[in-house]
Design a protein around this ligand. Sequence first.
Ligand SMILES: Cc1ncc(COP(=O)(O)O)c(C=O)c1O
Length: 485
Amino acid sequence: MTRQQAGPGLGPTARIAALAAARQAVAATAGQASSSGRRAPGPSTFGAAPVRAGPGPDLAGPQGGRCRSSRPAGLATHEGLRQMQLLEQAGTALGLASPYFRLHEGHARTRTRIAGQEVLNFASYDYLGLNADPRPRAAAHGALDHYGISASGSRMVSGTRPVHLALEEALARHYGCEAALSFVSGHATNVSLIATLMEESDLVLSDGYIHNSVSTGMALSPAARRSFPHNDLAALERILENARPLHRHVLIVVEGLYSMDGDLPDLPRLLALRDRYDAWLLIDEAHALGPVGRTGRGVFEHFGIAPSEVDIWMGTLSKSLASTGGYVAGSDELIRLLAARAPGHVFSVALPPCLAASALEALRLLGDEPGRAASLQANGAHFLRRAAELGLDCGAAIGAGVLPVMVGDSALASKLSERLLEAGINVAPVTFPGVPMGSARLRFFLSADHQPEEIDTALTATRAALDRLAAEGFSGVAGLMGQEV
Ligand SMILES: Cc1ncc(COP(=O)(O)O)c(C=O)c1O
């Protein structure tokens, strides 16, 4: 492809603007990416501004005046806003609409309605199809009628309801632990857990692909922190060898199924390292509960390891469990500490009882209906097979719910998502700095309810859209970055 082919359809002025904006945006955000390039906060894509709902009513302020959108003043100098503007300019110059903040007009299942059009949906975490099942919904309705909408207080003060205790007992049983505790947000669960547990003389070691909620908890904790390259347990051992003697407690944090790449940690080896270096192991099961293990019980089931072998389990209710919120399962002592000290528990409202009820029912169904995990895994295997036949690269994904299709260039991934929506398929891209430069991808979330033909349709359309964009000479940011102006 010649350099002139990059940025098709752009006039010379627009191309220069796109190039300048893209270069600045990449330079500005490069410093933000973590050592692994994962989960840096900040702008997420080369694309135009997010789609927003139409203008709302004119709101009167306390004195009857109009609300002023310019407050707080001076935000224009905020580094995050500046970087977002650069990325938006680059996206606009490249003719990209934002692939994020799409409005779903009804219940987003394997199909959803966006901008009046019914499309196939691969962007929801409803791995087991339980968010579409009437039983968790009926459980939520029952609790809503019985307890009201909100618990209207933190668990400590006035928020505890019998359904919270029932959910926590069920979670503790699932993990073979003494106790469990629910939180109103999955993200806040990790933040609170790590910031509360780890003290000044301690060390937290996390996988390079770890979720932002873990790194935020690490940043808020007074403990020292290090990250090791993704799944590189030799690198982890080198850190442990050197650093273990310097710290009182060491916590290793990994995910049971990595949410960007859809691959697994080596749990047996991690447990061996944990024992050798007298550390603690925390596993975030946000994406593993449901997709991983023969019956979907999680990464311990996949490896045939008793869950009580792991020191601390954390998970979210927002994915397979058709709800919202998070949980920690572990020893009585740990749970008593968190219940009394974790700020996301003590100073935040309890999980709404209706959401505790839907999660409890979904967890029951996960146990009683293992066919759901089997269907999801069959869909994952079908996806991997079909993608390989079409020459699409799914990286290290094992075929359990999270299926990336590697694209490389961030602008190309965004453009591809836009073309797929036009073709009736909703799938979100993940772009730099959410993933390292050059490893942007489309990330398909599968459900047990997807039909193999729907997966075929999506993958065939992906192949066709990639080929068409190549034929059109769309070389994305990489093409622009290589040009002289
Ligand atoms: C690995 C991981 N942990 C924690 C969270 C936070 O969970 P929630 O979105 O339920 O707050 C997420 C969110 O997607 C996640 O992927």
